[in-house]
Design a protein around this ligand. Structure first.
Ligand code: UT7
Length: 327
């Protein structure tokens, strides 16, 4: 499987750390030194589906394919205002497509988890061309009275068009139950038979523990993929990691003894956009012409559960003629 088109979309509203300090007991200094985040984009007048649609249209335009060429739409999403229909179902309607679709919740590792699923679909001939969309609004999971979580997140969407080809070499996806270190609970409708009282609970996170598990699992996944493919850290041109915290990225980089230039980041501008983060990064780098033909890329992501997903691929350069990025 290879990637032949990419797109991303971010909300218009930019929220700086100083704006947060206007209503929370926090500071630009605390947020930048602990996380690297300076601003984030948050949905206000637009909707998540607007972003997902925009990212999908950009990915399709850059791939040269049309909606009718797509035979599966896979959507990575943790939560949105609809539980049913799925975001994927809404998107196929907006794109004028008729194909199977489902939403997958792999937390912040969702996009790379979905790449692994898409690869299996393409290998078995179940699908030839897949549109993969990761659309997330994590700003709505956190309580905006809880300074330890709400400052971390931003909203965004990323999309990719995938088809048969020599790109992805190997995946590693994992799951380990650490369900108490990070969770977001939504209430269900009451019934006369189930007396358990349901209450929506905004994101609960043990930051330090999540930090530790994230660093350890990312290092484990990257080392496994390198070893399994007979590669050394030096053989990888770029490491594209989940954008959760600059300090997490830095710990992983130090373990791998690799230079900073090999770890591009955009968390400074967008915060943690959950599963969309690595897709937005890929789209930006590709449009800036920083992903060259034949480059070896290592993707590594992690999220609540605890789940992780990493992938090793050889990049094929994409030509953009939709007015943005490389012509
Ligand atoms: O996609 C996966 C999602 N999650 C993550 O990846 C999160 C991983 N964890 C982290 O990134 C870090 O643990 C955080 C950025 C969340 C927190 O950084 P930390 O260095 O681990 O800080 P801490 O939680 O140990 O808190 C240190 C202090 C505490 O005060 P005391 O108890 O030392 O007086 C907090 O109350 O910082 C305080 N604090 C804040 N202060 C100002 C927590 N949040 C804030 C804030 N502004 N926004």
């Amino acid at each position: 499987m290879k990637i032949i088109g990419t797109g991303s979309a971010l909300p218009e509203k930019e929220v700086t750390n100083a704006m947060l300090a206007g209503f929370l007991e926090t500071s630009d200094e605390w947020i930048t030194t602990r996380t690297g985040i300076r601003t984030r984009r948050l949905l206000s007048h637009e909707t998540l589906r607007d972003l997902a649609l925009k990212a999908s249209l950009k990915a399709l335009a850059s791939s040269g394919l049309h909606p009718e060429d797509i035979d599966y739409l896979i959507c990575s999403n943790v939560a949105n205002s609809y539980v049913s229909p799925s975001l994927g179902s809404i998107l196929i309607g907006k794109l004028g497509m008729q194909c199977p679709t489902f939403d997958m919740n792999g937390a912040c590792a969702g996009l790379v988890y979905c790449l692994d699923i898409a690869d299996a679909f393409i290998k078995t001939g179940k699908a030839h061309n897949i549109l993969l969309v990761a659309a997330e609004q994590p700003s709505r999971f956190a309580s905006w009275h809880d300074r330890s979580t709400c400052v971390l997140f931003g909203d965004g969407a990323a999309a990719m068009v995938l088809t048969e080809g020599e790109g992805f070499r190997d995946f590693r996806v994992t799951g380990e139950a650490h369900t108490d270190v990070m969770y977001y609970k939504r209430s269900l409708e009451p019934t006369p038979f189930d007396r358990v009282e349901e209450k929506t609970m905004p994101l609960v996170m043990e930051g330090r523990e999540v930090f530790r598990i994230a660093v350890e699992s990312c290092i484990r996944d990257v080392d496994t993929l390198l070893e399994r493919n007979g590669l050394k850290g030096d053989d990888i041109d770029l490491y594209l990691l989940h954008q959760a915290n600059l300090r997490i990225i830095s710990c992983i980089r130090q373990h791998l003894e690799q230079p900073e230039e090999k770890f591009p980041t955009n968390i400074q501008k967008y915060g943690n956009t959950s599963s969309a983060s690595v897709g937005i990064l890929i789209d930006e780098l590709s449009r800036e012409g920083r992903l060259k033909d034949g480059m070896k890329l290592m993707l590594s992501t992690f999220g609540g559960g605890f789940v992780t997903a990493a992938a090793l691929l050889d990049w094929s350069a994409i030509k953009y003629s939709d007015g943005e990025g490389q012509a």
